[in-house]
Design a protein around this ligand. Structure first.
Ligand code: NAD
Length: 364
C-alpha cells in the first residue's frame, strides 16, 4: 500500500505524521511512501532524511496520487477532503466528538477514516495511543512554560547571597499530562502538589514525590479509566476548596478533562484575584473551554498581575519528539490495519472497529 504524508495545513501546526525513522521501518513491511516537500521541516526532519529512508519526496499536487492511505496529524480542510479518492483510508486526529461537520464531509466523500482519539485505551492498543503520547509532551511543555513565565526560581537555592525558597506548584488533573507536568516540576526542584477526582491517582502523584492535595472530593471512574463528571454540588465544593488553596501557589497547571464534555471549571475568577502578582496558570484544558474562568483559549493573557497561558498547541510547540512519538502510534495503527503492507480490515477487532469513524460500509 502506498501511504501519503501531506504537509500539515492547520494554523501553526509544526508536527508531521510520520518521521523518516518510522518510514524506514514500515518500508520493510511492504509499504511505499509519498512525502510532501518540507512536510517534516518544521519538526526538524528534512526532505533528504525522508529520501534516505526510502520515501518519494514529491510536490503537493503529486502527494496523493495512488495513495491507499493518508496519514496526518490534524484534520483535513474541506478542500483537502474534496481531493481524497473515495475509499481512501485517512488517519489523524479527526475530532469525531467535536467536529460533526468534518465527519459529515468524510462520510459524504466515502473516506474510510480512523480517528486517533477513538482508539480504545486498552493495554493492547497502548502503542497506538496518541492521546497519551501527545499529552505527555504537552504536560512537560506546560511546566517548562510556567517555569519560564514565573519571575521566581523553581528550586531551593542556598547561595552566599542568601537562600531562595522553592516555588510551589499545584497540578489539577493528574492523568497522563498532569503526571508528566508533576514529574517535570519535581525535576526542576519545585514543591509540588497534585489533585484529581479519581482516587486511584493519589498513589501515582505520591510516587513522583508530590503531595496529594486532599480536597475531600472523590469522583467516580468510568470503565475506560476516565473521570465521570462531578455533580453540581461537588463542583461548587471543589471550587470553594480550591479558592482557599490556590492563592498560596506560585504556579497552577490544570489538565482536568471529561471526554466529550466542556472542561470542568475549577478556578473561579475570585481565586485568580487572590493569587500573588507574577503567579502563573497554565491551562491545558483550554481547547475544551479551560479549567480557569479567565482563560482565553489559544492565548496568553495577564489578569491582575497573574499570567494565564491558554495555548492549545503545546504538543506542536515541541514538534520533534511529539512527531516521533506520534509516528510510533501511527505506524502501529498502519501495521494493525495492513499487517503485510496491504489493507486487511477486520471490523470484529475492537481496535479497528473502535477507531473507524466513517466509511466502514465502503469497505464491505
Ligand atoms: P483526560 O485527559 O480525559 O483527563 C485528565 C485528568 O483530569 C484525568 O486524570 C481526570 O481524572 C481529571 N479530572 C476530570 N475532572 C476533574 C476535576 N473536576 N478535578 C480534577 N481532576 C479532574 O485523561 P487522560 O490523562 O487522557 O487519562 C485518564 C486515565 O486513563 C488515566 O488513568 C490513565 O491511566 C488512563 N489511561 C489508560 C490507558 C491504557 O490503558 N492504555 C491509556 C491512557 C490513559
Amino acid at each position: 500500500m502506498r501511504v501519503a504524508v501531506p504537509k500539515e495545513s492547520g494554523a501553526g501546526e509544526r508536527r508531521v505524521a510520520l518521521v523518516p525513522d518510522a518510514i524506514g521501518k514500515l518500508a520493510t513491511s511492504g509499504f511505499t511512501f509519498a512525502v510532501e516537500h518540507e512536510a517534516g521541516l518544521a519538526a526538524g526532519f528534512t526532505d533528504a532524511a525522508y529520501a534516505t529512508a526510502g520515501a518519494d519526496v514529491v510536490s503537493r499536487a503529486e502527494v496523493l496520487a495512488g495513495a491507499g492511505a493518508i496519514v496526518r496529524v490534524g484534520r483535513p480542510t474541506a478542500d483537502e477532503v474534496a481531493e481524497l479518492e473515495p475509499g481512501t483510508v485517512l488517519i489523524g486526529f479527526l475530532a469525531p466528538l467535536s467536529d460533526p461537520e468534518g465527519i459529515e464531509r468524510l462520510i459524504a466523500r466515502g473516506v474510510v477514516a480512523f480517528a486517533m482519539e477513538s482508539i480504545p485505551r486498552t493495554t493492547r492498543a497502548q502503542v497506538m495511543d496518541a492521546l497519551s503520547s501527545q499529552s505527555t509532551v504537552a504536560g512537560y511543555k506546560a511546566t517548562i512554560l510556567a517555569a519560564d513565565r514565573l519571575p521566581r526560581l523553581f528550586p531551593l537555592l542556598m547561595t552566599a547571597a542568601g537562600t531562595v525558597a522553592p516555588a510551589k506548584v499545584l497540578v489539577l488533573g493528574a492523568g497522563v499530562a498532569g503526571l508528566q507536568a508533576i514529574a517535570t516540576a519535581r525535576r526542576l526542584g519545585a514543591v509540588v502538589s497534585g489533585f484529581d477526582v479519581r482516587p486511584a491517582v493519589r498513589e501515582q502523584v505520591e510516587s513522583l514525590g508530590a503531595t496529594f492535595l486532599d480536597l475531600g472530593i472523590t469522583g467516580a471512574e468510568t470503565e475506560g479509566g476516565y473521570a465521570a463528571e462531578l455533580s453540581p454540588e461537588q463542583q461548587a465544593q471543589q471550587q470553594a476548596a480550591l479558592e482557599e488553596r490556590i492563592p498560596d501557589m506560585d504556579v497552577v497547571i490544570t489538565t482536568a478533562l471529561i471526554p466529550g464534555r466542556p472542561a470542568p471549571k475549577l478556578i473561579p475568577a475570585a481565586a485568580v484575584e487572590r493569587m500573588r502578582p507574577g503567579s502563573v496558570i497554565v491551562d491545558l484544558a483550554a481547547e475544551a473551554g479551560g479549567n480557569c474562568e479567565l482563560t482565553a483559549p489559544g492565548e496568553e493573557v495577564e489578569r491582575g498581575g497573574v499570567t494565564i497561558v491558554g495555548y492549545t498547541d503545546l504538543a506542536s510547540q515541541m514538534p520533534y519528539h511529539a512527531s516521533q512519538l506520534y509516528a510510533r502510534n501511527v505506524s502501529a495503527l498502519l501495521l494493525h490495519l495492513a499487517p503485510e503492507g496491504e489493507l486487511a480490515l477486520d471490523f470484529d477487532d475492537e481496535i479497528t472497529a473502535g477507531a473507524c469513524v466513517t466509511g466502514r460500509e465502503v469497505t464491505a
